[in-house]
Design a protein around this ligand. Structure first.
Ligand code: PBG
Length: 323
């Protein structure tokens, strides 16, 4: 035998030298769930270790994470039913706790990079990402609401907007509005290939944001489709997206690779709630080594071509690196 690939695996030193992919805390975005009030924290039942936090505790959490090297956060609001309506009015009310908290975060931690979510579902009494009329999710009238929401979020000083709604034309619509209103520096990380997935349930649990009727299949992509992701990617690029995202991550590694090979933009992947919960559940039962499987999963997502990974494991990963 002249070729023995095992020679490059024979020691820790050699293995480290030929290692092709490495995940660092710089690659990660940590999603956080915000609730109204003070000194409040409630664990998400289906996401062990993940809490909805009130502003004071969220500031503490961000401070801790910054020390661990996590610098980018995606903040989602858990809105009480009484504040939800058909038009997601609270989403652009500058006095509402979400927008107030974003301002507070940027004031206390200007060095933290803050991302927000642009979609109606957390504020909608219908639990859909767009406006519902006669049982249908209407596209163009939703854009107007998303535009208002985007401007209100940008006005708090956040860094990146994440349109997760999957309405057609929203990236261009939001980009233009931002530029017209003096927010040309605010980035857009578009949920480009967001699939109608069963892996979002724990997130909907966290925000109590499940659709009140039907499903999201008329706007989120069919999990069977690959070519269609290229159509979405081309549109988002033309419309001015700064990042393209694939969501979920682990069951869609081929889509991550597809976008990586077909775009020069940074590719993000959202390692979603259900992916977190599966690993946590198995680890709690003692069926998997949670720490090892977490790292292997993040590695697989990066190896598939993701430059950026949104993951509920961010803090745990950073801690684990330290120890
Ligand atoms: C809302 C939104 C969802 C997620 C991020 N933004 C849920 C959905 O589309 O139903 C899912 C995130 C996760 O599961 O971790 N538009």
């Amino acid at each position: 035998m002249t070729k023995r690939p095992r020679r490059n695996r024979k020691s820790e030193g050699i293995r480290a030298m030929v290692e092709e992919t490495r995940v660092t805390t710089d690659d990660l975005i940590f999603p956080l769930f915000l609730i109204d009030g003070v000194k409040k924290q409630t664990e998400v039942g289906s996401m062990p270790g993940i809490f909805r936090l009130s502003v004071d505790l969220m500031l503490k959490e961000i401070e801790e994470c910054l020390k661990l090297g996590i610098r980018v956060f995606d903040v989602f609001p858990a809105v009480e039913d009484q504040w939800k309506d058909k038009h997601a009015t609270r989403s652009y009310d500058s006095e509402f706790f979400y927008l107030r908290t974003l301002r507070e975060i940027k004031k206390q931690f200007p060095e933290a990079t803050i991302m927000t979510d642009v979609a109606m579902d957390p504020y909608s009494s219908d639990g859909h990402d767009g406006l519902v009329r006669d049982g249908k999710i209407v596209n163009d009238d939703t854009l107007e609401i998303l535009g208002r929401m985007a401007l209100a979020q940008a006005d708090t000083g956040i860094d990146i907007l994440g349109p997760s709604d999957m309405m057609d034309g929203r990236v261009g619509y939001i980009r233009e509005l931002l530029d017209q209103n003096g927010f040309s520096e605010v980035s857009i990380m578009s949920y480009t290939a967001k699939y109608a997935s069963g892996f979002y349930n724990p997130f909907r649990d966290a925000l109590d944001s499940a659709p009140k009727f039907g499903d999201k299949k008329t706007y989120q992509m069919n999990p069977a489709n690959r070519r269609e992701a290229l159509i979405e990617a081309a549109l988002d690029e033309q419309e001015g997206a700064d990042f393209l995202m694939v969501k979920p991550a682990m069951a869609y590694l081929d889509i991550i690779r597809l976008l990586r090979d077909n775009s020069h933009l940074p590719i993000a992947a959202y390692n979603v709630s259900g992916e977190y919960s599966m690993i946590k559940a198995a680890a709690l039962k003692g069926w998997l080594d949670g720490d090892r499987v977490m790292k292997e999963s993040l590695l697989s997502i990066k190896r598939a071509g993701a430059d950026v990974i949104l993951t509920y494991f961010a803090k745990e990963f950073a801690r684990s690196l330290r120890s």
